[in-house]
Design a protein around this ligand. Structure first.
Ligand code: PRP
Length: 175
């Protein structure tokens, strides 16, 4: 039995439409290139899988996993790499693919970590942008949806490893 109530926020159809639009823009911007797409585990695996199937360009896929320290709801801003990329990204165009940018702590850490490998260019694509909890300036190059200060699950996002497989995105409320 679930102790949560799930309030529908973004439907499967809305996500599909937006992922297609993002893929169109990315395909256009990288038409002269073969970018390295770095999916940030675990949350971004569903988004990345859908995104690449709508791209009309060739890509290289790799993954990173970062752990952030803090309580369930408050990030300390401290991050560590728990799984690094294997692809050599020097002089390559790199696009980091995130499910959500929340406080921005992971975003800043990833930018610094990846930039140190000397890519030719570095951009970020995030399906969700939760601007209200932002502690640092963040520019998302390709953004799907801006959302309010709600805890969201579904489409790869979890609460204690639950709800990742839901096709839409839901705001989670405690019962
Ligand atoms: C989520 C999300 C981002 C990060 C964003 O990952 O995938 O990587 O939080 O938060 P921030 O902007 O406050 O740093 P999470 O730590 O929940 O891990 P998961 O993707 O494995 O579920």
């Amino acid at each position: 039995m679930s102790e949560h109530t799930l309030k529908p926020l973004i439907t499967k159809e809305e996500i599909e439409h937006t992922v297609r639009e993002l893929a169109l823009q990315i395909s256009c911007d990288y038409r002269e290139s073969r970018p390295v797409l770095i999916g940030v585990l675990k949350g971004a695996f569903v988004f990345l899988a859908d995104l690449i199937r709508h791209l009309s360009i060739d890509t290289i896929i790799d993954f990173m996993q970062v752990s952030s320290y803090g309580s369930d709801t408050v990030s300390s801003g401290m991050c560590a790499v728990t799984k690094d990329i294997h692809v050599d990204i020097r002089d390559k165009d790199v696009l980091i693919v995130e499910d959500i940018v929340d406080t921005g702590a992971t975003f800043h850490f990833l930018l610094e970590h990846v930039r140190a490998r000397h890519p030719r260019s570095l951009k970020i694509c995030a399906l969700l942008d939760k601007t209200s909890r932002r502690t640092d300036g963040v520019t998302i190059d390709y953004c799907g949806f801006s959302i309010g200060n709600e805890f969201v699950v579904g489409y790869g996002l979890d609460c204690d490893e639950r709800y990742r497989s839901l096709p839409g995105i839901y705001a989670l409320k405690n019962k």
